[in-house]
Design a protein around this ligand. Structure first.
Ligand SMILES: Cc1ncc(COP(=O)(O)O)c(C=O)c1O
Length: 517
């Protein structure tokens, strides 16, 4: 007998309508609308090269995009018209062949179909027995294999490198704290310290702050002239902390720093971490997957010795955002940091909550998780591992081509080594001081982006503002970099003339630079 007796079960005659009206009334109309949108998207993708790499979102569009939600729907036809008018024409730009800002994947057509299927299936990949979790598990194995990280048998997909770094560090801190941080909290033990290089991405700082260690317990170790962590200084810092009663727990190695693409001596780091009993987490957001290219393996030696490796598929696997990954060696490490077993989620001997399912919810923060795997899984099925290794190799050759073009140009200067897929450079002129050069290059970048010709981003290296190109773009061709160099030099020359003719007030930011005119 049921323990619960509803007070009143409405008879069919007095039941309210069960039709929410949210599914299409006519599926064939929906099919046609879908085809029409798909045509618009393919038109856009197949003609990207003819359009700008980026353009600003006009004021009238912004105004419409700030309006409140409509009380009465426009119908799908009307909503799609809004999408085509106000959204599709103003993308971020990373789908364009000449977008190399920050580090963004260009988006694979095969992956788009995977995402469409994932959205239609609408699976919750938190746990249980259904195809999406097995797809994710298979993808994790493929990824580990691509990096020959065969001991990394556990992991999960994340929204990106930031969360992958957070999860890897959380696993490390839980494992190495020496007391039960989950139950007792951090105040129950000595201050825990974590080590990164000066070039490590800020997501490590965020992770440390979020976990409550406090940013003053994150040690930023200086780098050498190639922007690689100084292992001698790291060892000193660890020993100083231990001598002061603090507990060193983890170090982060970089496989491709965000600024210059530098890779730390991961083998040396692994030795040091083994000696000092530290968890080694590698932030390989884009660099780790370069392992697929044999010539890159010497620089990445030691990658597989890391306890946890974080990387993004939405960077150098070109898949649409968002999809990152953390892989760990010890299959107990992530559950030790994240597992819970509430009554409503315990596995059963059969049914959807079958104990053979995979509890991704126990390996990270999210319970309800989207099916991120499908887009990457479909793309890898379509192109094969060699397809991706080949594309990364092409990007590396293109980047070397750009570095050579910059080096050969009298008005351009490379501001860092380019060991991977990142080139940092700037326009130079012997008559200009550091501050004026910074102002000029800042304005040059703005004009370059606003011209729509190309989108590098920027950074500051050893005090100098520079343009930064990170090539994780499967659509880029060698000649795109010829064009970039041509545009940079031309714009630099124009700005130099503006300076000399005292027409530069609108873009000269620093008073010192004004003084040097
Ligand atoms: C080296 C490095 N680590 C971490 C991240 C953060 O990754 P995400 O933006 O996917 O969170 C980035 C992003 O560019 C990165 O370059």
């Amino acid at each position: 007998m049921s323990a619960y007796n509803p007070p009143h079960t409405p008879a069919p005659s007095d039941a309210p309508s069960t039709d929410t009206g949210l599914d299409p009334a006519d599926w064939s109309e929906f099919r046609a609308q879908g085809h029409e949108l798909w045509d618009a998207l393919v038109d856009q993708m197949s003609t990207l090269r003819e359009g700008p790499a980026w353009r600003t979102t006009p004021a009238d569009v912004r105004e419409r995009l700030a309006r409140p939600a409509p009380a009465q729907g426009l119908g799908l036809e009307g909503a799609l018209a809004e999408l085509k008018r106000d959204v599709l024409p103003y993308p971020y730009g990373n789908i364009h062949p000449r977008f190399w800002g920050w580090v963004n994947g260009s988006g694979l057509p095969a992956g788009i179909l995977g995402d469409l299927a994932a959205s239609a299936m609408n699976s919750n990949t938190g746990a249980f027995d259904h195809s999406a979790v097995f797809v994710e598990q298979q993808l994790l194995r493929w990824l580990a294999e691509m990096m020959e990280a065969r001991e990394h048998t556990d992991g999960l997909l994340t929204s990106g490198g930031s969360v992958a770094n957070l999860l890897g560090l959380a696993a490390g801190i839980t494992a190495k704290a020496g007391f039960d941080v989950r139950t007792l909290g951090l105040r129950a033990g000595p201050a825990l310290t974590v080590y990164v290089s000066e070039q490590t991405h800020f997501s490590a700082d965020k992770a440390i702050e979020l976990m409550g260690l406090g940013s003053r317990h994150l040690r930023r170790i200086p780098v050498d002239e190639d922007y690689r962590i100084r292992l001698d200084l790291l060892r000193e810092a660890v020993r100083d902390d231990r001598a002061a009663g603090r507990r060193p727990v983890a170090a982060v190695g970089n496989a491709g720093t965000v600024n210059t693409g530098a890779t730390d001596d991961l083998d040396g780091l692994a030795d040091l971490c083994a000696e000092e009993d530290l968890w080694l987490h590698v932030d390989g957001a884009f660099g780790a997957l370069a392992w697929m290219v044999p010539e890159q393996r010497a620089a990445l030696r030691g990658l597989q010795r890391a306890d946890s490796i974080a990387f993004d598929l939405h960077k150098w696997l070109y898949v649409s955002s968002d999809i990152g990954c953390v892989l760990v060696k010890d299959p107990k490490a992530l559950p030790a940091a994240f597992a819970f077993a509430p009554a409503y989620l315990t596995p059963l001997r059969g049914g959807i909550a079958h104990e053979d399912g995979i509890a991704f919810k126990d390996k990270g923060i999210e319970l309800t998780r989207r099916n991120r795997a499908l887009k990457a899984w479909l793309a890898i099925q379509a192109h094969g591992v060699e397809g991706f290794a080949g594309a990364i190799a092409v990007n590396l050759r293109q980047t070397a081509h750009l570095a050579r073009l910059v080096d050969a140009h009298p008005a351009l200067e490379r501001t860092a080594p380019a060991p991977l897929n990142v080139v940092c450079y700037r326009f130079v002129d012997p008559s200009l001081s550091g501050e004026a050069l910074d102002d000029l290059n800042r304005e040059l970048l703005v004009r370059l982006q606003e011209s729509g010709a190309a989108v590098p981003s920027h950074t500051v290296l050893r005090g100098a503002f520079c343009l930064r190109v990170a090539n994780t773009n499967h659509r880029t061709r060698f000649e795109d970099f010829d064009l970039l160099v041509e545009h940079t030099a031309r714009l630099g020359g124009e700005l130099l003339r503006e300076l000399r003719e005292h027409r530069a007030d609108s873009w000269l930011a620093t008073p010192i630079a004004r003084g040097t005119r």
